[in-house]
Write a protein that binds this ligand. Structure first.
Ligand SMILES: C[S@@+](CC[C@H](N)C(=O)[O-])C[C@H]1O[C@@H](n2cnc3c(N)ncnc32)[C@H](O)[C@@H]1O
Ligand code: SF4
Length: 448
């Protein structure tokens, strides 16, 4: 999950929630300061940064939001469209390519090599091989990416054919991520997924034959209808599918998801509580460990012997520059956060007028950049003080000492002389802990 292109309806604070039940609202922390503090007034300042060649970010990446899906999953909160026809998709892809072309001429971008490209969604694998190839040809003319360390691509299993997978391989994809979520058909259907397990089994041999550097499978612990029995089966069957990495999210009910609206409308929904979801997540960690995987973050486990790094994730969490293109996408450039227009018309309209579609922005202070990198990298499970001393000239053990101490007393982390390491207990609920590090003015505020 890249958390890009997220919808923007208001949600309450993500300050530490000790609630037992899975309530409506998201806990997942993807950025700092909270999105609700970004505003239109800061957009000219963000544009000023794009017009300057002095960059803070070491690496440069490109995120492309492909907002189309066959069906809207009932738990999903991303900006997606299920009703666009082929010519509308062409209009969108044309705007996306135009956006990258505009970026390529800007002083902050011009001449810099791309370290990574991420096709996220929505469902990038929804678009046809023909559309994909045409898009990539145009993008590569604007910004070459042959030297990039990683080209990542999200897929929904039921949208893949052998020919489309060949096209995905041909454009240079190195990391293919498959939204499997669960392998029980009743659960998939109940949660509104467009695919069933047979589609996963159909595509895996094609994927294997194409020899991508890394094949990842996404799972969600706690989908509606999940039981211990069904979860155990999904975990074991996932091991048999033999991916290189497995990413497990705990089911959230963000405000704009269909399920959340059902609950707010008074409908009772059997969603596991947080304690059960953590137990399921922990069971998956244990089983994947036995099968030869090791944690590379609070969510992802990688097969031993395979590279642990995930260039996109690591770059974003280290404050690298990233052009987030597409409707509702988020960018970070030289210390400035900003988000694109969240509506189809506004997004397409801006690009038709040859304007970048920025809608809100936030210029971070050095202290906010430190907090951001500290909390996001804590999701890796361990951070070293040396990194922050070198980059920010700050001793994090002093800066965040009292909060670390409190969390250590609660059994969430272990403090050492030169590192902070989460315990398993802390790792399983890391997103709930991070708001404790927020500056006071950002606590008890809306997150998005
Ligand atoms: C953009 S989707 C991946 C590609 C494709 N759209 C698909 O779903 O197969 C990103 C991932 O976010 C996760 N996700 C989406 N909504 C979620 C929620 N409400 N709670 C937890 N995880 C969620 C799912 O694991 C999903 O695979
Ligand atoms: S397929 Fe993926 S992006 Fe599309 S609605 Fe489902 S979870 Fe969301």
């Amino acid at each position: 999950m890249s958390d890009q292109g997220k919808n923007v309806k208001s949600e309450p604070a993500t300050t530490r929630s000790d609630s037992e039940n899975t309530e409506v609202g998201s806990v997942f922390v993807s950025n700092y300061p909270p999105y609700s503090f970004w505003n239109t007034e800061a957009v000219p300042d963000a544009m000023g940064i794009l017009d300057s060649s002095a960059s803070l970010g070491a690496q440069l990446g490109l995120y492309l939001h492909i907002p189309f899906c066959r069906k809207r999953c009932k738990f999903c909160y991303f900006r997606v469209y299920t009703d666009k026809n082929s010519s509308e998709i062409e209009v969108y892809l044309d705007a996306l390519a135009r956006e990258v072309e505009i970026y390529s001429t800007m002083p902050a971008i011009n001449g810099r090599p791309l370290s990574f490209v991420y096709f996220g969604g929505g469902t990038p694998s929804y678009i046809s091989a023909k559309h994909l190839k045409a898009l990539v040809d145009r993008l590569k003319k604007a910004i070459p990416w042959d030297g990039a360390d990683e080209i990542a691509f999200e897929c929904e299993p039921g949208t893949l054919t052998q020919t489309k997978l060949e096209a995905i391989r041909e454009i240079g994809v190195t990391r293919l991520s498959l939204g499997v979520e669960n392998l029980n058909d009743d659960i998939l259907a109940e949660n509104g997924r467009a695919h069933l397990s047979k589609e996963v089994y159909r595509v895996m041999p094609w994927i294997e034959a194409l020899d991508f550097d890394q094949v990842n499978i996404d799972l969600i612990a706690g989908m509606v209808g999940e039981t211990w029995e069904s979860w155990r089966a999904t975990v074991q069957q996932t091991i048999e599918l033999n991916p290189d990495s497995i990413t497990i999210y705990q089911m959230e009910l963000p405000f704009n998801a269909t399920y959340s609206q059902d609950i707010l409308g008074g409908k009772a929904l059997p969603v596991a509580n947080w304690k059960t979801k953590r137990e399921w997540h922990n069971y998956a960690f244990e089983q994947f460990e036995l099968a030869g995987f090791a944690n590379s973050s609070a969510y992802t486990m990688v097969k031993r012997g395979k590279p642990r790094r995930f260039v996109y994730r690591d770059a974003v969490w280290q404050g690298s520059d990233m052009m987030g293109t597409g409707v509702a996408s988020f960018s970070h450039m030289s210390g400035a956060h900003y988000q694109n227009a969240t509506g189809w018309k506004d997004y397409i309209g801006s690009l038709k007028a040859d304007r970048l579609p920025l809608s809100r922005a936030f210029l971070t202070t050095p202290s906010e950049r430190l907090t951001r990198e500290m909390i996001l990298q804590l999701k890796l499970g361990r951070i070293d003080t040396a990194y922050y001393r070198e980059k920010f000239n700050v001793d994090i053990l002093e800066e965040f000492g009292s909060t670390y101490k409190k969390l250590q007393d609660e059994g969430m982390l272990i403090l050492d002389v030169d590192s902070v390491e989460l315990t398993r207990k802390g790792l399983l609920q890391v997103d709930g802990l991070l708001p404790e590090f927020y500056a006071p003015k950002y606590r008890n505020a809306r997150y998005t």
